[in-house]
Design a protein around this ligand. Structure first.
Ligand SMILES: [Zn+2]
Length: 188
């Protein structure tokens, strides 16, 4: 139960989206170890909403989990990461097909960054005539990059029909969607 609570705390930090005003369109904060959370903003139905996403710094390069919601921050995010960590972004995962997650797939793919999604996400993006990931991965896939390893899996429909979970074994950290968080809260 404690483990579940710590995961939920992490999720709350990661997916705390709320209406707010901001001075900086791109805000990066250190989460723990090699994990960083970044926040961008987007006008949605007339209100400025924030969206949090995450990146992981490895000795091979930086892995992004979701793209900025604000498309004006696609390039600044790469430059900020380079300046802050002296590393390039090498991989980008879209955790589902919504604009605040997958919107940057075309941009990052065209930059030569390896982009990933599961087949369900790819089908939705294709159906909407949107930019898609270069690499379509099975629903359950393990990755090892530098000294980090993580698993991608599809837990079933949550916030979106295609939302995936990314689980970091060593850190016992989890990156998933907010609807799933609500389910977990009900379990406690
Ligand atoms: Zn969404």
């Amino acid at each position: 139960m404690r483990k579940l609570a710590s995961i939920i705390l992490f999720l709350t930090m990661l997916f705390d989206s709320s209406a707010q005003s901001t001075n900086s369109p791109l805000q990066i904060s250190h989460l723990a170890g090699d994990f960083y959370v970044y926040k961008t903003f987007h006008f949605y139905k007339g209100t400025l909403i924030s969206a949090n996403a995450m990146y992981l710094v490895t000795d091979k390069g930086v892995i992004m989990f979701d793209a900025p919601w604000d498309e004006t921050q696609y390039q600044p995010l790469l430059e900020t990461i380079k300046a802050k960590h002296n590393k390039d972004v090498i991989m980008c995962f879209a955790t589902h097909s919504h604009e605040d997650r997958a919107g940057g797939l075309g941009f990052y793919r065209q930059k030569g960054i390896k982009t990933y999604s599961i087949g369900k996400t790819d089908q939705i993006l294709k159906g909407q005539n949107k930019k898609r990931a270069e690499f379509i991965i099975p629903n359950d896939t393990a990755f090892a990059v530098g000294k980090h390893s993580f698993k991608v899996y599809y837990p079933g429909k949550g916030h979106a029909p295609d939302n995936i979970v990314i689980w970091f074994d060593k850190q016992k950290k989890c990156c998933m969607e907010v609807a799933l968080l609500k389910v977990l809260k009900q379990m406690i």
